[in-house]
Write a protein that binds this ligand. Structure first.
Ligand SMILES: [Zn+2]
Length: 452
């Protein structure tokens, strides 16, 4: 019998010796590889993307590093906790896939990270929408976002001939009981903006159109609802679309990130209808649905589908046509400056005048919408189908035309939505033929007013 043979000790010793040898070899290997790191290109080709993770105290230095190194690296900003509750912003340069892996491993309240949107970098259309809920108890944020989206789809079609739908818009939400807060990030498969300056110009133009209630197919009330009280007294309503987010090297909060010291992370909004197309993603880099959403939420990252994009531009001088920025040139007084009292798409209460105006613009044009301003007793007819403006003697490229009817004076004139147009020569109001004013006939002829 061999019961006294120390089997366990024997194998155990042998195993320890082998492990020790392996450990030594491993350490040697590690120290050797440290002496001769893999060249960046090889690292990149082995892992699919560069492994850089470089921290900077200054944003400019981080951006500079990205410019020099390229390789799809991006700059992210993050808040680091110092001395209790204070935060300090630092910058990390890395590939977005690395950023995601780091980001998702952190506890939710420690994900205080932002994408830096460098100037002169192609980017997506993005919106930062917010308003104080307590100061605007009647405002319906979801409805307002829908209105803004519809307006933006109209502008895309009108300016770029691009069809964009709700399924192309990633909606992220960080609302609290006190504040409505959403980000919209447009996923346009065949278009990218030149940079966020062009995006800012586009948004400025869009919000001006909305402010002046000029977006077709959206009612005047709905367009006006995008302007809210900002919670401070004695100020005019402000747009719920923050137009200060298109500045140079803007920091824009990441998906699932919270502001420093706050606990309201940006999550997928309940109303979001965009789903990432998994065919575009490398499963190893973007292994989960959240990872794919993170990828889509980046403003300056287009993944593998960057090459076929059409570059969208919007110069600041384009904002000029149709804006009221130059108020000195503006016709005065504009009958539409007061709040409209009534409006609609089908017949107005003055159907005879409706028919008269429709007859003026037919057959090319139709009346798209009418708006009645009680204070001036004026009806404004928005015209669709023709942009021929009598002031310039040709069609406008972008601005639609309108007819303005003054009811007490029984006059009308053709105008347009270009405030610079005819700044010096305002069209003279023309009389409306009496047959289109049946109620005045009734009053002047008055055969039926015989006393009983
Ligand atoms: Zn005109």
């Amino acid at each position: 019998m061999s019961t006294n043979f120390p089997v366990n000790t024997f194998y155990s010793n042998k195993k320890s010796k082998r492990l020790l040898e392996l450990e030594v070899k491993l350490e040697q290997g590690v120290s050797e590889s440290k002496k001769r790191p893999l060249p960046p290109l090889l690292t990149s080709s082995l892992l699919g993307h560069p492994t850089d993770w470089k921290i900077f105290h200054k944003q400019a230095e981080a951006l500079n590093y990205v410019k020099q190194r390229g390789l799809g690296l991006m700059t992210f900003a993050f808040e680091e906790q110092i001395n209790g509750n204070e935060g300090r912003r630092k910058f990390v340069v890395t590939h977005p896939t690395n950023m995601w892996k780091n980001h998702i491993c952190r506890p939710p309240d420690k994900r205080c990270s932002y994408e830096v949107i460098p100037m002169e970098t192609h980017c997506k259309l993005y919106f930062d929408l917010e308003f104080n809920k307590l100061a605007n108890p009647a405002s319906d944020g979801d409805k307002m976002v829908e209105t803004l989206m519809t307006a933006s789809f109209w502008a895309f079609e009108d300016i770029y001939k691009l069809k964009v739908t709700k399924a192309d818009v990633l909606v992220l939400d960080a609302s609290t009981p006190a504040k409505f807060s959403q980000h919209l990030i447009y996923q346009i498969s065949d278009g990218a903006f030149q940079d966020n300056n062009h995006v800012g110009n586009f948004v400025k133009y869009l919000m001006m159109e909305v402010k002046e209630c000029r977006v077709p197919e959206i009612s005047v009330e709905d367009q006006q609802k995008l302007f809210v009280e900002n919670g401070k007294e004695e100020t005019e309503p402000v747009s719920f679309c923050d137009q200060s987010v298109y500045t140079k090297n803007r920091n824009f909060r990441l998906f699932l990130a919270s502001k420093f010291g706050k606990k309201a992370p940006l999550i997928i909004a309940k109303t979001n209808m965009y789903l990432p197309n998994r065919a575009f993603y490398n499963n190893e880099d973007w292994p989960t649905v959240d990872a794919a959403f993170f990828n889509s939420s980046l403003i300056t990252y287009f993944g593998s589908c960057q090459s076929e994009k059409r570059l969208l531009t919007f110069d600041s001088n384009k904002c000029k046509e149709g804006t009221s920025s130059d108020s000195s040139k503006r016709r005065t007084p504009s009958p539409e400056t007061k709040d409209p009292s009534l409006n609609g798409y089908s017949a107005s209460p003055w159907i005879e005048i409706d028919r008269f105006i429709a007859g003026l613009v037919a057959p090319a044009g139709t009346v798209r919408q009418w708006v009645y301003f009680e204070s001036t007793e004026t009806i404004v007819y928005h015209i669709h189908g023709t942009r021929f403006c009598s002031t310039i003697g040709r069609e406008h490229k972008r601005n639609n035309i309108k007819y303005v009817v003054n009811i007490p004076n029984a006059t009308y004139f053709q105008s347009c939505f270009d405030h610079d147009c005819g700044a010096t020569s305002r069209p003279l109001p023309q009389p409306i033929p009496p047959e289109h004013l049946p109620w005045t006939n009734l009053l002047t002829d008055s055969p039926s007013f015989d006393p009983i």
